[in-house]
Design a protein around this ligand. Structure first.
Ligand code: FES
Length: 576
């Protein structure tokens, strides 16, 4: 997709630096204050390196070094790099959940790009919410951009075992709760599970979002899986810098690259990876910012026709380092050519089909051949029924098969504090057939829809050998989580969805093959309960939390803010 080269006077930054007037004198003289000459920045693409580094983001510790490498690439290609810190959204330390701040970060990205003399962007993100936040803001501003994923951390090790982020934490925590793992062993796992900078190295949300970003055409080929500490990651950083300069000259911006088909490719990628359920929420929001509507039906339809080829934790065996060595995303996608829209554009300047042509797979154990998929259907399913009129999601490839069709009596917790207080009560009337229900954990309820959806299994069941249980909530769950967890129930309980009306003992049934979820109460009984339902008090009376609670949409709509998801384009700033 070749484009005519733009003229330096057409650069957006020319409005700041070019004119012979008082205001531009100020801009030029202050750039010189920083030690740059006119030859550094006048008539050259100004490339913003949006860096989500922070001492509080455990996954981005290599980003200051990478930003320098991006700068090297920008200089090599004749651009002028400017590193700009934006909100970091580290998954581990932000409470109640980083998801509460995804939209705030997206707003910051959009406004940072809008108000500065920036022509093109390298987006540096990785830890879960940084990816959609950066992309949502960038799509809205629509400047030429390329994404540099943080890359996964090295595999975890404990004794002779590979450890996967998150997934093996839950697994060994269950063993510890069941009394089968010593304190010393638990401490050794703590020492060995996160051994380098980089994102969670399972197919959690970070790896999933990096992969769907590559499938959207917004990274250079192969970028999604390069381990964070691999020398190839430094080379990729410099390549992103170089390419960002050319993207500006070619005026190749998201609105010229993205189409609804690009997003369908991203969904196909999500499904073949058996990736994180969180990607559903993020992709809907990102597509909205790019002007396209995705529905849960799009995800379910693609899931039904897409085989799972990636054998990665938590649904499979391997970790991202293995995936990268096995051929990475180009190798995987090249095995799925018939299911992809190959003529979609990418930031490399090639179509998706051209950029994956010839990409090989070197280990069929890690990336399965088409005739031996790990599952003939994609990694998740959308259920509907009277408990979730607007849909809910289950990752059926990462749970015990006995729950594919299951019914049982509900055991209801009104919020997470209630769950924490009672779940391990020895008198709790819970069996292996119970259906654990958590209310008050949705976008408005928590607020921010925390990753509480992998509800804990009561210790007394763990001691009895139970390792999976049907669980239902309006929460999300970590992409590294697993189990029979029905998530994203919409509408959520805090806005009066049917989930709010469930009581202990009500029978709930799911049938994944039929894509149904059924709450066995009469309409008359449900109406009586609804009439008596009192909306919970909002958690925030002021500030950002109040704005969030008032503006956030439901999970099936992407949880973006209503005033950001739609509306006319914000004009460029006046420069007076
Ligand atoms: Fe950062 Fe998992 S905690 S990617």
């Amino acid at each position: 997709m070749s484009s005519p080269r733009r003229n330096p006077n057409d650069l957006r930054s020319h409005r700041w630096f070019g004119p012979d007037d008082l205001r531009s004198f100020g801009h030029r003289s202050r750039a010189k204050q920083m030690g740059f000459g006119g030859e550094d920045f006048i008539g050259k693409p100004v490339i913003a390196i949006l860096n989500t580094w922070s001492d509080l983001n455990t996954c981005h510790t290599h980003f200051r070094e990478r930003a320098e490498e991006v700068k090297r690439g920008v200089y090599q290609a004749g651009g002028f790099p400017v590193e700009v810190p934006v909100m970091s959204l580290g998954e581990q330390f932000m409470k109640p959940t980083s998801m509460l701040y995804r939209n705030l970060s997206a707003m910051e990205v959009e406004e940072t790009l809008r108000c500065h003399p920036i022509d093109g962007v390298v987006l540096m993100g990785g830890c879960d919410k940084t990816v959609p936040a950066l992309l949502m803001g960038a799509f809205t501003m629509d400047l030429p951009c390329v994404f540099l994923p943080a890359g996964p951390m090295l595999r975890g090790r404990w004794r002779n075992e590979t450890l996967g982020s998150g997934s093996d934490v839950w697994k060994y925590w269950a063993e510890r709760c069941a009394g089968r793992l010593s304190c010393d062993a638990w401490n050794e796992i703590e020492d060995g599970i996160a051994r380098s900078s980089g994102t969670c190295m399972t197919m959690g949300t970070a790896s999933t979002m990096a992969a769907v970003t590559e499938a959207l055409g917004l990274t250079l080929p192969g970028a999604a899986s390069i381990p964070a500490v691999h020398s190839a990651h430094s080379r990729m950083a410099a390549a992103c810098g170089r390419r960002a300069v050319d993207l500006v000259w070619e005026d190749l911006k998201p609105s010229r690259l993205l189409s609804r088909e690009s997003f369908l490719n991203a969904i196909t990628t999500l499904m073949t990876l058996s990736g994180s359920t969180n990607a559903i929420v993020h992709l809907i929001a990102m597509a909205g910012r790019a002007g396209f509507k995705l529905t849960l039906e799009d995800f379910d339809a693609i899931a039904r026709r897409t085989p799972v080829l990636a054998n990665l934790k938590p649904a499979g065996r391997f970790v991202m380092e293995d995936f990268h060595d096995a051929g990475g995303l180009p190798g995987l996608l090249n095995r799925l050519r018939d299911l992809l829209h190959l003529d979609c554009g990418t930031v490399s300047g090639k179509t998706l089909g051209e950029s994956i042509a010839g990409a090989e797979v070197f280990q069929d154990e890690v990336i399965a051949p088409r005739d031996r998929p790990l599952s003939v259907e994609g990694g998740m399913a959308v259920l509907r029924g009277n408990l979730a009129p607007d849909g809910c999601v289950i990752k059926h490839t990462a749970m015990e098969p006995r729950f594919l069709k299951h019914g049982g009596p509900a055991l209801v917790f009104k919020d997470y504090a209630d769950l924490k207080a009672r779940i391990d009560d020895e008198a709790l009337p819970v069996t292996a057939d119970s259906v654990i229900v958590l209310q008050g954990a949705g976008p408005v309820g928590a607020p921010g829809m925390p990753e509480w959806g992998m509800l804990p299994i009561p210790k007394k069941l763990l001691r009895a050998g139970v390792r999976d249980l049907l669980r239902i909530s309006d929460a999300r769950m970590s992409g590294t989580s697993y189990g029979a967890c029905v998530l994203h129930v919409a509408p959520e309980s805090n806005v009066g969805g049917p989930l709010a009306l469930v009581r202990d003992g009500d029978r709930i049934e799911i049938d994944v093959a039929a894509r149904t979820i059924h709450w066995d109460v009469t309409e008359a009984e449900a109406a009586i309960r609804k009439a008596a339902w009192v909306p919970p008090e909002p958690r925030f009376a002021r500030g950002y939390g109040k704005l969030f609670s008032e503006q956030v949409t439901q999970a099936n709509e992407g949880c973006d803010f209503r005033f950001l998801h739609h509306g006319p384009r914000t004009p460029e700033p006046d420069i007076f």
